[in-house]
Design a protein around this ligand. Structure first.
Ligand SMILES: [Zn+2]
Length: 105
């Protein structure tokens, strides 16, 4: 269980609260027709790999924010999962990420 940044909207998410972490997608979604549809919905072409997506962006499940914690939008593509499972900016490795939030809902 760890935190990650959604590859579509940039928000902070927990792997336990979405069905769209890339490991899950790789293991459980093998049927090619479904895969194609999910990729289309996520704006990926057929050759692109699935990233990690929050519960609101995930084409599986309810397609809405789970509400377990506030949805924190961070500058897209600038954060990574730290070895301890927290999230941090790629450049300065600071895990206190709320101060970087663009919006919190
Ligand atoms: Zn998202």
């Amino acid at each position: 269980m760890s935190l990650f940044q959604c590859d579509r909207c940039g928000c902070l998410e927990n792997t336990a609260l979405t069905e769209c972490s890339s490991d899950y997608m790789k293991i459980f979604i093998k049927e090619s027709k479904e895969l194609k549809e999910y990729k289309k919905e996520l704006g990926l072409n057929e050759n692109q790999e699935f990233g990690n997506y929050c519960s609101a962006c995930c084409p599986l499940g309810e397609r809405k924010w789970h509400g377990e914690f506030p949805r924190i939008f961070l500058p897209k593509g600038e954060f990574e999962t730290a070895p301890n499972g927290n999230i941090r900016p790629k450049k300065i490795l600071d895990e206190d990420v709320e101060k970087y939030a663009l919006k919190i809902e």
